[in-house]
Design a protein around this ligand. Structure first.
Ligand SMILES: Nc1ncnc2c1ncn2[C@@H]1O[C@H](COP(=O)(O)OP(=O)(O)OP(=O)(O)O)[C@@H](O)[C@H]1O
Ligand SMILES: [Mg+2]
Length: 311
């Protein structure tokens, strides 16, 4: 296999007593679209900031594009486009001025800027808003401008920290169209996201938990890690239904999604009738009951629960 474009060995970052990154070992190949998911405080931002050279490393280390993260961060910088989780544009500058600012920062020559900036504006759907101040853009437009700004020096590697959080579904889809386009052109993308549908679109996903990468694989493999099958049940009282179901044989786990319960059972064929009977015996009305294929979200919740039990 080719040499990974990002290679980390035992990368550790501590904030006083807190170990935000605990011996992360990870290899990402050129052209991967790698998703980072995990609960709040898992260490996703810390990992991306460390890769971007914005945080020092406590122990361990690694390379980006063959350069040592600790010693050669200046050589790594031109290869990277980093989009921070928090808003990082200049509010008082216009869309165009922001793009020019980032172009200058990365020493993009004026003639190349003149070619590239209109393309980026078009790409981000911002051509009509060049003179609007960043402060006056909608949330989705701000995110797209931030992405366009990270692309102005054509970096081969993108580090994107929750680029679509808080963005409406239409803009989120547009944003992903842009990402898919970049991915198809060969850009390596490392993206953190709270959205499981986004994780599902990645070529590989790493689930971070308490500073570690708990699992790292393709979405399909992660989904298949769930041992058992899910039955989706909607009743008139999900709290009582949950209590009833948890006592039944063959029920491994019950996850709630609003009013719906997703019940992990050893065999749905074997258990569906038993579940129905138990709910009816407890005077619960079943509005819906059906086997549902496992999703990423369920797989992650299940993995994290298991880890919590071990700890
Ligand atoms: N500068 C800092 N000083 C002290 N602690 C920090 C600092 N930055 C992060 N932490 C801590 O490190 C841990 C990991 O934080 P991080 O921001 O990387 O999580 P995250 O996975 O990005 O979470 P979120 O999904 O909420 O963005 C948290 O416990 C956080 O409080
Ligand atoms: Mg974060």
């Amino acid at each position: 296999m080719a040499k990974p474009i990002i290679a980390l060995t035992d990368l550790t970052r501590k904030f006083k007593e807190l170990t935000a990154l605990n011996r992360i070992t990870l290899a990402i190949q050129q052209g991967e679209l790698f998703g980072l998911v995990g609960p709040d405080g898992a260490g996703k931002t810390t990992l991306l900031r460390t890769l971007a050279g914005l945080l020092t490393i406590s122990e361990g280390g690694g390379t980006v594009s063959g350069f040592d993260i600790k010693k050669e961060s200046e050589r790594i910088k031109p290869k990277l486009g980093y989009m921070a989780q928090e808003f990082s544009l200049y509010e008082k500058l216009s869309v165009l001025e922001n793009l020019r600012f980032f172009a200058e920062m990365y020493d993009v020559p004026p003639e190349i800027q003149a070619e590239r900036i209109p393309d980026l504006l078009e790409f981000a759907g911002l051509s009509e808003f060049t003179n609007r101040r960043a402060a006056h853009l909608s949330g989705g437009m701000k995110k797209k401008l931030a992405l366009a700004s990270t692309l102005v020096h054509r970096p081969p590697i993108l580090l994107l920290d929750e680029p679509t959080t808080g963005v409406d579904p239409v803009s989120r889809r547009e944003f992903w169209n842009i990402l898919t386009d970049l991915h198809l052109k060969g850009t390596t993308i490392l993206i953190s996201t709270p959205y499981m549908d986004e994780a599902d679109r990645c070529s590989r996903v790493g689930l971070m938990y308490q500073g570690e990468i708990a699992i790292c694989d393709t979405p399909a493999v992660i989904r298949n890690k769930l041992e058992g099958e899910f039955i989706k049940i909607v009743t008139d009282d999900w709290q009582t239904a949950r209590r009833v179901l948890l006592k039944l044989p063959g029920v491994l786990e019950v996850q709630s999604y609003g009013e719906a319960l997703h019940v992990l059972v050893d065999s749905s064929k074997k258990r569906q009738k038993e579940l129905t009977k138990a709910l009816e015996q407890n005077d619960l009305t079943i509005n819906e009951i059906r086997t549902s294929p496992p999703r990423m979200e369920e797989a992650f919740i299940s993995i994290i629960r298991k880890m919590d039990q071990v700890i």
